[in-house]
Design a protein around this ligand. Sequence first.
Ligand SMILES: Nc1ncnc2c1ncn2[C@@H]1O[C@H](COP(=O)(O)OP(=O)(O)OP(=O)(O)O)[C@@H](O)[C@H]1O
Length: 251
Amino acid sequence: MDGEHILETEGLSKSFGGFAAVSDVGLRVKRGTIHALIGPNGAGKTTCFNLLTKFLAPTAGSIRYNGRDITRTNAAGIAQLGLVRSFQISAVFLHLTVLENVRVALQRQRGASFDFWRSEKVLKRYDAAAMALLEEFGLAEVAHREATELSYGRKRALELATTLALEPEMMLLDEPMAGMGHEDIARIAGLIRKAAAGRTILMVEHNLSVVADLSDRITVLARGKVLAEGDYAAVSADPRVIEAYIGAGHA
Ligand SMILES: Nc1ncnc2c1ncn2[C@@H]1O[C@H](COP(=O)(O)OP(=O)(O)OP(=O)(O)O)[C@@H](O)[C@H]1O
């Protein structure tokens, strides 16, 4: 087992019909880092992410997490191992309050049953922990609002808070800045940096200035394959990377 890398893939491939969306990808994510997966449109980022989060099964190759083969482990199984995908906003319970959303996540993490509708008293026990998380995420002032009333940026912050309540060892973030305005981007970047303390983060992200700002290491995909890997300075100066982005129409 390679203790330095928390997540490793070998020969990871996914074809749709005859088309290789992801082809022979060897990804190695170092423990305790923020690692970004980037690449021009159609590069295979989403497909790769869906393989790692178990939304898709690979055509070939393997995935190891903490030295354990998780190629055939399902999404619930990897979550139990501490590898958690950030919830989509759609998975936030819109008609629960912000506080209730985090309480439910804490309750799940601590192994209580999911019968929150009849155990209000039990859930109250989680209030203090939930409020602490909300304070950390700048959401304390909206704790008693329904999630549906929040701005897009705050919904995303809530999504991160509920994911962190699960105490993941590693978080997988799918385009955390998608749809965000300038101010929200700065705020969410700060939250991601906070969330990264003591854990590993792998994110797919289109916003290259965010990637430059947050990432320790970057893997660039193009046409389903790993084109380059390194820190931002290295990959952004790599002529093959520049060419791939220009070729795809976005330099
Ligand atoms: N279910 C599918 N069936 C057929 N082709 C697919 C499927 N999913 C993805 N593809 C193709 O695989 C390639 C990689 O797609 P993918 O969405 O992984 O790229 P991406 O890097 O995430 O792109 P973008 O930045 O545009 O989201 C694309 O050519 C896409 O059309």
